[in-house]
Each structure stands twice: as C-alpha cells, then as structure tokens.
Design a protein around this ligand. Sequence first.
Ligand code: NDP
Length: 266
Amino acid sequence: MAKELFAIFGNPVSHSKSPLMHNLAFNGLSIDSCYTRYLLKDGSNLKDTFLNLGLKGANITVPHKESAFEACDLLDSFAQKIGVVNTIVEKDGKLYGYNTDAPGFLKAISEFKDIKKVLFLGAGGTAQATSSILRDEGYEVTLLNRSQARLERYKSDGFETYTFETFKPQSFDLVINMTSAGLQDENLPAPREILNSVIPNAKACVDVIYGKETPFLKLAKSHNKPTKDGSDMLLYQGIIAFEYFTNRSYTFDEIKPYMKKAFDFN
Ligand code: NDP
C-alpha cells in the first residue's frame, strides 16, 4: 500500500504540535504514514489544496474550521450540527468531515467531578463545538463574551449569554477560558472584577490555551483553585482524529504514550 500523507492546515501553523503527535503515533504503532503542516492563507482553497497534495486526511486549526466545514462532501451528525470541522478524511475521492475538539475537551474535563454549572469565557468557534457537547452531556453552560455579536447564535440556541456589561454575578462549578486572551499576550479573558467574583466559588478553572501559564490560570491559582491547561484537550482531540485517519479503534492508552511525547519538545 502507498504511504498515506496527512497534514494540518492553519494560519499560523508553525507552532502546531499535531505533526509531531501524529508522526510519533504512526512510528510507535509501525504505521507507514507521514503527517506534515501546511500554511493555508485562504480557507476557500482548502479543498483544492487537500486534493492537489494527495492527502488522505487533515486536521484544521485557526482560522479555517468553518471553511473546512464548507469544504466537506459529507459530515458526521455532530459536525453538521455545530458547523465546525477540525478533521477531514478522504474516502473514494470524497471528503468526510468530523469535529474531534469537542469530544477531546469533554474527555479532558472528565477528571472534575460533581460539575453542573459551567461558565465559558468566550464565544468563538471552540466554544461553539464544546458548548454543544457539554449541553448534550447534561452540563448547564453560560457564556460570557466581551462583545455581543458572537453571542447571538448561542442565544438563539437557548444558552444563557452575557456581555461584560450585562453579567450578573452568580455561582459556577467550572470556569473555562475559551478565548485567545493570554495566547500571545498577557490579557485576562474578562475584567478582573468579574473573574474575582466567579473564581472563588468554582471547584476548578480550565484554559483551552496550552504550552504556557496564562494570566487566567495564574489568577485562578492565586485563589488556590485546581487548574488545567489545554494540553489534554489537544492530546485527546488528536487521538480521536488518529482513529478517523487510520480507520481503526484504539484505546486512549494505546496511543497516548506515543502522542504525549510531543509535549516533551518545546
Ligand atoms: P475564535 O477566533 O473563534 O474566538 C475568539 C474568542 O476570544 C471570541 O469570543 C473573542 O471575543 C475572544 N477574545 C479574543 N481576544 C480577547 C481578549 N483580549 N479579551 C477577551 N476576549 C477575547 O477562536 P477559537 O474559538 O478558535 O479559539 C479560542 C482559543 O482556543 C484559542 O486560544 C485557541 O488556541 C484555543 N484552542 C485550543 C485547542 C486545544 O486543543 N487545546 C483546540 C482549539 C482551540 P469577541 O467575540 O469579542 O471577539
């Protein structure tokens, strides 16, 4: 069988750990495939680029997850529902789209017990996928975003939504930074007064950003809260994508030791 080629599309994409994670897993499991990265500037070229490169599968990162949704010929029911695709697999010339961020995130927060009420800081694409799966699993998700525009969709989907101006202090079990605040800057995802009102009542605080301690996680630690960054989410979404790529079922424990080694590299 010819060697199968995979890639991650994004802009920027040089920082992505996905090539290392997947190549370590291919190597560890003796699968003769290769995974690379591709700087895609224009999302409308995604499908042509995928086909021209002769890829078997791809992951898609910021800012092309909605374009990836548009590029697919067929979508699984969850990707169809949320309109965001981060994993594509080619079968018989057709592109199949999936979202593995959401189940990856669900698995990543499963260590926190007795969680019901969750506050999302942010309302972008990642929040879109994860809020939907959390609600399906019985969590109550409230969204707090800096501006109104992105909240409209959530509001019409029946979520409780607030901007910084309209937020009413209340108690949440888990507070999660779903924004890019803190990724390349030292910003908090919401005004400090709001965070200082919700963090003390939370059982834990989570950030989807990985690879650094964000100002949000620093603040949570200053309140002596358990914290978790986005590394496990990245790892678990990768493991689920790997199953789609190889069309095989693995236990997480079979792939995790290989993929996890990617986090030893900076
Ligand atoms: P989007 O661009 O879709 O949304 C960005 C969100 O962040 C919006 O709600 C935006 O608010 C808010 N925001 C941006 N900057 C600030 C700021 N300075 N203060 C307050 N709010 C801010 O991004 P994504 O949803 O795709 O990604 C969000 C984060 O998730 C990124 O940091 C990304 O790296 C991370 N991520 C992690 C993954 C993992 O595996 N760990 C997987 C996928 C994403 P507004 O609407 O007002 O603009």
